[in-house]
Design a protein around this ligand. Structure first.
Ligand code: AMP
Ligand code: MG
Length: 347
């Protein structure tokens, strides 16, 4: 069992990054901060090191990983060809929370792509992430640094809770700015958003024209249906509590939540409502956690995973309101619906 070492990078972004780079070259595991969520990294060109990621997380092996690079030019060794659309998007959004999926080169091991002929690549804008990847000198394969299926980690404590003793190094960069995973865009003939994130469909379209959103973003896969992105098959972001989403106008959703809350409480179940500052007044006398302002989706996104973790095990039912799926709302609803296992009440 690794003897986990923890370094704070909050005041000094490259604290511990040299050692972390060495650990990577020796085949070890490093958890590191990014602007989206914490990543669990290994040498992306070393199949044995990559397999350790799957073991530490308990991640199904058919779910491919994202390769993290420190320079845009690194994509040339990883993709067979760099499409013009990729160039345009990298110019505009890298470094940043956009992952691009293109046909892979022979340098990328099957263990990273789960046997697919494409590979996902991203360049984070987090200073510690970049210093660490540069120190490692190789692309870093990294999924989110949580136990598979749980809400993604948005601060080092979440990583410690899930992975202490399973990784060699944890770099603590404080709270993640965005708090939700990157947008994953497949650059096929017709580009497809496989997972929505902080770079929105509207922003991508303004640069490369029409893109589709994979059906699995907002609905469960039908029996026997093949997922464009294997990650979409699995229950995700799920706390140890039932999550119930209420849809409709704010006051209609609040009406549903009040009714279901009171019923559940009568049955002796511990309830919490994830509300916004605007909707909290609907819930007088009931337990609420304000996760942001409904007029500020950045704030709602940044706080969703930590709220799900906060009540994991300490509540039996977590109620949340649906929001419009425009712009950032698409990422928010994707995570919330998956956390709920698509338990949506509309009346
Ligand atoms: P995570 O590593 O937890 O951030 O999840 C990465 C997401 O990207 C998962 O939903 C994967 O299924 C998806 N992904 C990674 N590589 C590919 C790929 N080559 N093709 C399609 N989806 C991918
Ligand atoms: Mg993940």
């Amino acid at each position: 069992m690794p003897d986990t070492k923890l370094f704070s990078t909050i005041t000094q972004p490259d604290n511990g990054t040299r050692l972390a780079g060495q650990v990577i070259r020796q085949g070890g595991l490093v958890a590191f901060p990014t602007e989206t969520v914490y990543g669990l990294g290994a040498n992306g060109l070393d199949p044995d090191a990559v397999m350790r990621i799957f073991e530490a997380k308990g991640r199904p092996q058919d779910n491919p990983l994202i390769l993290h690079v420190a320079r845009k030019s690194d994509v040339k060794q990883l993709w067979r060809r760099v499409p013009d659309t990729a160039r345009a998007l990298m110019d505009e959004f890298w470094p940043g929370p956009l992952t691009l999926v293109c046909a892979r080169s022979g340098a990328v091991p099957d263990e990273v792509t789960a046997g697919l002929d494409t590979v996902a690549v991203r360049m984070s804008d987090n200073k510690t992430a970049l210093a660490f990847i540069r120190a490692a000198g190789v692309p870093i394969a990294a999924p989110s640094a949580n136990t598979s299926g749980k809400p993604s980690p948005t601060c080092a404590q979440h990583v410690i809770d899930d992975l202490w003793g399973k990784v060699d190094v944890i770099l603590d960069g404080g709270q993640c700015r965005i708090g939700m995973e990157s947008t994953v865009l497949l650059l096929a003939k017709r580009p497809v958003i496989l997972r929505p994130g902080a770079v929105t469909r509207e922003q991508i379209e303004s640069r490369i024209g029409a893109v589709e959103v994979a059906p699995s973003v907002l609905s469960p896969l039908a029996e026997g249906e093949r997922a464009a992105s294997p990650g979409m098959k699995y229950r995700h972001y799920a706390p140890d509590a039932q999550v119930i989403v209420a849809s409709g106008t704010p006051s209609a959703a609040a009406g549903i939540i009040r009714r279901e809350y009171d019923r559940a409480e009568n049955d002796g179940r511990r309830c919490i409502i994830l509300a916004s500052r605007e909707t909290q007044p609907f819930y007088r006398g009931r337990k609420c956690d304000i996760i942001g302002s409904s007029a500020n989706m950045e704030e709602m996104c940044a706080n969703l995973f930590s709220a799900l973790r906060r009540y994991s095990g300490s509540a039996d039912v977590i109620f949340a309101e649906s929001v419009s799926t425009d712009e950032l709302g698409l990422a928010y609803m994707n995570r919330l619906l998956r956390a709920s296992g698509f338990t949506i009440l509309n009346r």
